[in-house]
Structures are given as C-alpha cells and as structure tokens.
Design a binder for this molecule. Sequence first.
Ligand code: HEC
Length: 136
Amino acid sequence: MKGKIVVIVVMAAVLVSSSQARVFANDEGGETAYRFDPATQTSRAMEFKNTWEGYKLYKANCKSCHFRDNERGARYMNEDSRTMMGWNAVFYKKNVRCAKDGSWAKLSPQDLLYINDYLYSKAYDTWDPRSNKSCG
Ligand code: HEC
C-alpha cells in the first residue's frame, strides 16, 4: 500500500512539472507565438523546432556570405537587420540580389520557411526582456 502511494505521488509530481515545463517553453524569449506566412497563407508556430532548424540553415546558408568584412560583396547582415514584416517581405518577394542570382537555389521552400521563422523570431522589433537589445 505504501509503495503504491509513493508511485502515485511521484507520477503526480512528474505530471505537474512536465506541464510547467511546457508553459515555460511556450513563453520563451518573448518570441511572437505565430507568424503569418504570406507565401503559403499559413500561420507558423514559433516553436523551437522551427526556429532551431532556421538558425542552423541561416548560419550555413546566409551567414556564409553576409559576415562582417566578407569579400563576396554581401552587406553585413544580422537577425535584427530587418523588422518582422521586413523579413517576411524578403522571403515573400525574393527581390534581394542573392535570391535572384541563384545563391538561394539549394534551399528548398521548406528551408526558406524555417529561416524566415528564425529571423522573424529575432527581428529588430521583437523584444526580449533578457537581452540588452533595447539598451543600445
Ligand atoms: C553567395 C553569397 C550569398 C548568400 C549565400 C546569401 N546572400 Fe544575401 N546577398 C548577397 C549579395 C552579394 C547581396 C547584394 C549586396 C547587398 O546588398 O548586401 C545580398 C543581398 C541581400 C539582402 C539585401 C541587403 C540589405 O541589407 O538590404 C538581404 C536581405 C539578403 N541578401 C538576405 C540573405 C538571406 C536571408 C540569405 C540566406 C537565405 C542570403 N542573403 C544568402 C550574397 C549572398
């Protein structure tokens, strides 16, 4: 009997803590919860799996050119080089030079959605109380 009660108490504790964990995960970094994607006309959840995928793709396929003092003629670019709407426009219109000249060719539409998710979540007009962004 005692053993059973212990098991039940432990299970209850696990349930409570895992539901808490989910609340914190959703709350992360003051990120916007959803991004409306104009190209696919869908709402995209700003979840870790999307933004993490986007972060990796961005570092490998965008930062590869847009780093400081690069010799590829690409301006230095950061996550906060654009606003949320600004990033959406870049990926919707695809009218920046590298999108037109084939530098994005090896990225699938799905890859570009992930990169857009990531950049949107870190755009200039997002605010993270734990960062020093607003302190200049
Ligand atoms: C092969 C190198 C290369 C890669 C890879 C690349 N770019 Fe570019 N990008 C350029 C060049 C060159 C320009 C034109 C010069 C400029 O304006 O920076 C440019 C221009 C831009 C601009 C306009 C510049 C500005 O600040 O207004 C944006 C935005 C941009 N790229 C975003 C991206 C994103 C997002 C990715 C990844 C999906 C990417 N680029 C990948 C070379 C690259």
